[in-house]
Design a binder for this molecule. Structure first.
Ligand SMILES: Cc1cc2nc3c(=O)[nH]c(=O)nc-3n(C[C@H](O)[C@H](O)[C@H](O)COP(=O)(O)O)c2cc1C
Length: 155
């Protein structure tokens, strides 16, 4: 039976929404369905029902988590995410001093809460190019492999 993966994204001008949709499509091609939700509309409790989740976010305000993602960020602290698998990706801009730092904050928070990152944090500069799409493909594969490995450890 396939596992449950949730993708949650924050996007102001559309790049991160496209990244999230690409991830959903690639996971589906790999035989792994995933749900897709916009972060400000997302009920964080749903993370508990997923086997793994991906957060896709831009960075704003001099290296900060976007405003519409702050409730999600705070809600994480109220959840027992021990052993929950996650992965992080997002488009931001290397023109800014703190490139993609919202992802680093999320990573720190999730690691602190005992969640397990399946693959390296994937930062994309502005629009995803062909190399970024290849990195996103590998990102999906690593997430699936990590979940399979974790399942083996549990049985
Ligand atoms: C006012 C403003 C502040 C930004 N600050 C940062 C920043 O501190 N670090 C960063 O990496 N990118 C920063 N960005 C770039 C965005 O993260 C980038 O444009 C991203 O691709 C937007 O994603 P979206 O199309 O999904 O909204 C900033 C953009 C704007 C407009």
């Amino acid at each position: 039976m396939s596992k449950k993966i949730g993708i949650v994204y924050a996007s102001m001008s559309g790049r991160n929404q496209r990244v999230a949709e690409y991830l959903q499509a690639q996971l589906a091609k790999m035989g792994q369905p995933a749900t897709l939700d916009e972060i400000s509309q997302f009920d964080s409790q749903k993370l508990l029902e997923d086997d793994a989740f991906i957060v896709v976010s831009y960075t704003y305000h001099d290296g900060q988590v976007p405003d519409e993602a702050l409730d999600f960020f705070d809600d994480l602290q109220t959840l027992d995410l021990t052993g929950k698998v996650y992965a992080l990706a997002g488009s931001s801009s290397i023109e800014h001093e703190h490139f993609g730092r919202a992802l680093d904050y999320l990573d720190q928070q999730l690691a602190h809460l005992g969640a397990l990152r399946a693959t390296a944090v994937l930062k994309i500069n502005l629009d995803a190019d062909r190399a970024d799409l290849a990195r996103l493909d590998a990102f999906c594969r690593q997430l699936i492999d990590f979940m399979a490995f974790q399942q083996q450890q549990l049985v």
